[in-house]
Design a protein around this ligand. Sequence first.
Ligand code: HEM
Length: 232
Amino acid sequence: MDNFLFIAFPYIALTLAIGVSIYRRLRQPYTYSSLSSEILEKRKLFWGSVPFHYGITLILLAHLLAAFLPGPAAWLLGDQTRRLVLEVTGMALGLYTFFGLVVLIIRRLAPKSLVQAATTYMDGLILFVLLIQIGSGTTIAIFDRWGGLWYLHTAVPWFWSLATFRPELVTVVSLPAFVKLHFVVGFLVILLFPFGRLVHLVMLPLQYLWRPYQVVIWNRRKPDSYVKEVAK
Ligand code: HEM
């Protein structure tokens, strides 16, 4: 089972993520976004989206930086004060992100609302999987002390063994089941990435930097006061 979860499944997830992302970009380019629902509901979107996006961006950056730069990460975590600051920051960011996600889920569940009507099964599945992933990560950060440090000696060698096609799972098989759940669901998030609205992550609207100006014209009767002002 461990062989499937920690070797086969990560490869399946990455292959599907890359393959389906490319296929969808070529075949359905106009679906490559997260259709905005701001027009349907704005208040809860603000209180959910802002904490969720700021929190998850910083947390995923920390996951990636430690994986790609294990040397500097080990140096950062080598000092007790720095380690404590990073540990507490990780917990706070986890709780902040979790709060944002719960608000976003409540917003989509609101019965008979327009937002609920515009929510697909895939949206629901992705939100549920993210809830497990962010909930488990934050629980680990709070209850399993010095996660940043043991991440470097368990997850990072496993990642690199996969990346170099010499899979080695000795550093992860003996971890507690809850921690293993977080690792496996991490790859499930990657697998689901191209199937729903998560793909908007790779859509940077860079063409806005060089596209021609837009002229926006009102297409309705202007208030009399405005017409008089312009006529002066
Ligand atoms: C397989 C890949 C992953 C591994 C090996 C992994 C590992 C870890 C570990 C060891 C921690 C505890 C850090 C600490 O105690 O400070 C953690 C925390 C966390 N993880 Fe992951 N993770 C993975 C993927 C993800 C993904 C894809 C997400 C979100 C979509 C995520 C969200 C979180 C959150 C919210 C926390 C709590 C905040 C923190 O302390 O950083 N993780 N992860």
